[in-house]
Design a protein around this ligand. Structure first.
Ligand SMILES: C[S@@+](CC[C@H](N)C(=O)[O-])C[C@H]1O[C@@H](n2cnc3c(N)ncnc32)[C@H](O)[C@@H]1O
Length: 268
């Protein structure tokens, strides 16, 4: 499929997330520093622009990731704009479109895009090495149904996603922000969930997963309280076949941690 050249949207500063599986030790693992979140949270990337669900830090990019950003970025990374994204134009076809928030290194994202060729996927991530890594997967697997956006998902949702336009939303292992004083940075909160739900088409789904039990409980409470959403399960849901285990999740399972999936649908 021929794609128009797009301006390169990634920032000059290289960045990595505060909690992502690939970068930060699990705070529950033996020997992990308990204060990593505190340190990160004290240095917000955008101090004047409100509370963010992520913190950017300087990070290393592999040479393959740098090359992918240069050569594939203009083709597959959509620029952030304060105007609605035209999915048909972005993908060159009309198909149900699913948004993923915080894809990390993108392994699960690529696997899902392979497993569901009939659907379009827009993956959002602020972390440059992760964007580079997923661009590499796009090329290796010749994926035509995946586009990326490197920007704060809260703003992307607000500015670029039209109400009632999404077939689904994936939020897999969002940063747990373990410390009580940082819980306000969690993505899954009432206001954002209302916004997410408004972007779903009737019958569209919101699928969240976490391995942090207090966050799972918060998700269940917040999603359950959103009147426009209906739970597909009696509480937590079984993991759908098409959601592969992420590296992060596999590591947690080996350490004996639980995993909680939640699947809600938009009422008509
Ligand atoms: C703990 S990692 C999980 C990554 C991946 N979903 C997985 O399961 O391996 C959470 C990711 O969400 C990203 N993230 C957090 N808040 C975000 C936001 N507002 N917009 C875009 N990405 C965000 C972080 O950069 C990080 O890579």
């Amino acid at each position: 499929m021929g794609l128009p050249a797009l301006p390169t949207p990634w920032p000059a500063a290289r960045a990595e997330p505060s909690h992502c599986s690939e970068m930060t030790p699990d705070p529950r693992a033996e020997g992990a520093p308990a204060s990593a979140e505190d340190d990160a949270a004290d240095k917000p990337a955008y101090p004047r622009r409100g509370i963010r669900s992520f913190v950017l830090r300087a990070g290393r990019m592999g040479s393959g990731q740098v090359k992918a950003m240069e050569t594939l970025g203009p083709l597959y990374v959509l620029p952030y704009r304060t105007e609605r994204l035209d999915f048909d134009a972005a993908f060159g076809r009309h198909a149900p479109t699913v948004l993923e928030i915080g894809f990390g290194m993108g392994d699960a994202t690529a696997q899902i895009a392979v497993a569901r060729p009939q659907d379009n996927f827009v993956g959002i991530e602020v972390h440059t090495p992760g964007v580079g890594a997923l661009l590499q997967r796009i090329e290796e697997r010749r994926l035509t149904n995946l586009r990326l956006l490197q920007h704060d998902a809260v703003e992307v949702l607000r500015d670029m996603i039209a109400p009632g336009s999404l077939a689904g939303v994936h939020v897999y292992f969002p940063d747990p922000w373990h410390k009580k004083k940082h819980n306000k940075r969690r993505l899954i909160q009432a206001e954002f969930v209302r916004e997410l739900s408004s972007r779903l088409a009737p019958g569209g789904y919101l699928h969240c997963a976490t391995d942090w039990q207090p966050y799972a409980e918060q998700m269940l409470q917040v999603l359950g309280a959103e009147p426009t959403l209906a739970n597909t399960a009696d509480g937590y849901a079984p993991r759908p076949d098409w959601r592969p285990l992420t590296k992060f999740e596999n590591r947690g399972i080996k350490l004996g941690h639980g995993v909680w999936d939640l699947v809600f649908t938009r009422r008509s």
